[in-house]
Structures are given as C-alpha cells and as structure tokens.
Design a protein around this ligand. Sequence first.
Ligand code: SME
Length: 160
Amino acid sequence: MTYDFKIAAADVGTMYRDLASALEGLVTGEPDPIANMANASALIFETLPDVNWVGFYRNLDGELVLGPFQGRPACIRMSFDEGVCGAAAKTRQVQRIEDVHVFPGHIACDSASNSEIVVPLIRDGELMGVLDIDSPNLRRFTEEDEAGVVKLGEILSKVL
Ligand code: SME
C-alpha cells in the first residue's frame, strides 16, 4: 500500500484543511500513539513549506521526552521550565514565536531554526505532549498557521 499525499493548495486555509483530512485519514483506526506521531510528523514535514523540524515531545511524568520527528536529531529531554516546548507544556497555551533568538530559554537543537510554533496536546484535561514545528524563516507562522496547526493538534490529541 502506498500513501501519496501531495497537498498543493492554492491558499493556506485550503492547505490546512487538506492536511487535516489527510491526517485524519492516516490516524483513524490506529490505536498506537508512536505510529500515529511518526506518520503525522512525516505528513506535516512533507506538506508545510519552509519547515526544518516537525515532531513531538511526550509528557512522561512531568518531563518532555522526545518522540517521533522529522529533521535533525534533537535534545531528548526538557523540563516544563525549559524552551518554547516547556512554555507550551507549562501554560497549555500555543507558543507562536516569531524569532526564537529573543525567546528567553529557547533551546537551539538546530541552529537553522529561526521561528517556531508549539501546540499543547490535551486529552480529557491531561497534557499528552506537544507538537513542535520549526522553521528557518523568521516570522514563518501566521495566525492562519496557528489556527491550522491547532486543528491538527485536536486530531492528534485523540489518538495519542
Ligand atoms: N526549540 C525547542 C527545542 C526543541 S527543538 O527545536 C526540536 C524549544 O526551545 O522548545
């Protein structure tokens, strides 16, 4: 079986709608969270332009531990007091960072990263982890991207 998702939408909103339905199709019916995070990171990495890292940190007993991802090898563990991911986990709020170099405590795993969005993944009030997307471009992620990535997070938090 091959999965061939080539999403080339005319506008950002349509692209995220197509991406959300492709993601829904990939994860529906699969109960294994690692498989779902692995396929999700590959799909998002392939689809979004100008990104250099897409992946997950899981909440394991109050620590963020690296999960499936696409991109360069990354730091393995972070506390909730570290990095953009920690801020998303601690506040349970989306962190959309236009320039990571001015974010206090940002952890540079790939020196190519200049902006970042991190979405907390919450199911039944429990923080399952975060979805982290990095870009080499400054100000890569707009409000429209945030709305789209939050939707992806909603799909994913049900299957983690
Ligand atoms: N930039 C992140 C660290 C993880 S890597 O980007 C993959 C942060 O400060 O949370």
